[in-house]
Design a binder for this molecule. Structure first.
Ligand code: UT7
Length: 339
């Protein structure tokens, strides 16, 4: 019998400060009605000064460990594009703050697809026999990297962290990841980019431009690629594991824009009712978006043990990835207020 990686705990959190669409419209030229109808987002949470991505990750990780009922893992994989600093990685500090001892921990950068990439890495570590249990965290703070002049990014991004504990188990049991489909396309690396701090920007030999500090996103083009890649990757995965779109109880896509997710569902001939939405309450939380959506739906009972769930994500890189599982019986706390 081969070893599978099985989801056994989940947790997520957002920072305290809620920023609604009316507040965004005091910062850039937009309004609540436009943001709701064009994105589905009603509010998001932004970290207060002094709070880092690692701080959010520690809390999400703590909740996932509690949900799994364990206090040790063999590895921490931290998916983020906004680490506490470029070096060292944030994962060792998260492991230490969680009291996990001198276990290995590393950061993984795949933008909004990072959590699925993290699940893939953890699954490999478990399948190889080198780990029994792995903590996978997706966390990002983009609010400090938003161009005050750019309404495309200001309206959608929120901060947050989500985490899952994976353990070795049986491929047939609920929670076992059924397979993965991952991909990337560096030809479109400039569609979503943060230039500051990298070797390309430093080796230009020119002073840092203010704009280099901010996330630049070509929204319309990203929208089209997001639909194509999430639909294509989801379809490829379903074929590989022998599931059909009509089998799915929940389609959990990266929470960037409700119109993207509904279009992916239409392309796949999936019922829009099966699209899990969480972005209305937290915005686009990048690497945290999938575990935040899952934790929220598990907490409010939409996700039930035995449900067939497809996860698919897309982000800068370009990077995308999909996986699927039968939802296990896991405890979850709501990550964000409901009202
Ligand atoms: O996390 C992974 C990476 N990111 C994404 O997946 C995001 C993908 N992109 C998007 O979600 C959308 O492209 C945005 C939400 C960023 C923009 O929505 P859009 O429907 O693509 O807007 P648009 O740029 O095509 O603009 C449509 C109209 C324009 O007006 P006219 O020329 O039709 O009169 C814009 O000037 O809406 C106007 N507009 C806005 N109006 C109010 C554009 N942005 C705004 C705004 N508020 N924030």
């Amino acid at each position: 019998m081969s070893r599978a990686a099985v989801l056994t705990g989940i947790g997520a959190m957002v920072p305290d400060r809620m920023v609604d669409n009316d507040e965004i419209s005091t910062l850039v030229d937009t309004n609540d009605q436009w943001i709701r109808t064009r994105t589905g987002i009603e509010r998001r949470y932004w970290a207060d000064p002094g709070v880092s991505t690692g701080d959010l990750a520690v809390e999400a990780g703590r909740r996932a460990l509690e949900s799994a009922g364990v206090d040790s893992v063999d590895l921490v994989v931290m998916a983020t594009s906004t680490p506490d600093q470029p070096m060292p990685a944030t994962a060792p500090r998260v492991a230490t703050d969680l009291g996990l001892g001198n276990i290995p921990g590393y950061d993984l950068s795949a933008a909004c697809a990072g959590f699925i990439y993290g699940l893939h890495s953890a699954t490999g570590a478990i399948a190889s026999g080198s780990c029994e249990r792995v903590l996978v965290i997706g966390a990002d703070i983009w609010s400090t990297r938003l161009d005050p002049e750019d309404r495309a990014t200001a309206i959608i991004f929120g901060d947050g962290a989500g985490a899952a504990v994976l353990r070795a188990g049986d491929p047939e049991e609920p929670g076992a990841f059924a397979g993965f489909d991952l991909g990337s396309d560096g030809a479109h690396k400039d569609l979503a980019v943060l230039p500051a701090g990298g070797s390309r920007q430093r080796s230009r030999g020119e002073p840092l431009r203010e704009a280099d500090n901010y996330l630049a996103m070509r929204g319309k083009e990203i929208f089209t690629h997001a639909v194509d890649r999430m639909a294509g990757s989801s379809t490829a995965l379903l074929e590989r594991i022998g599931w059909h779109t009509s089998d799915l109880d929940w389609f959990v896509g990266h929470q960037a824009n409700a119109r993207i997710l509904n279009t992916v569902a239409d392309v796949m001939h999936a019922d829009r009712e099966r699209v899990l939405l969480h972005l209305d309450r937290v915005g686009n939380t990048s690497a945290a978006s999938i575990p935040l959506a899952l934790t929220d739906a598990a907490a409010d009972g939409r996700l039930q043990p035995g449900h067939r769930v497809l996860l698919t994500s897309f982000g800068g890189g370009l990077s995308w990835g999909s996986t699927a599982l039968l939802w296990p019986d896991v405890a979850a706390l709501a990550p964000a207020p409901r009202t």
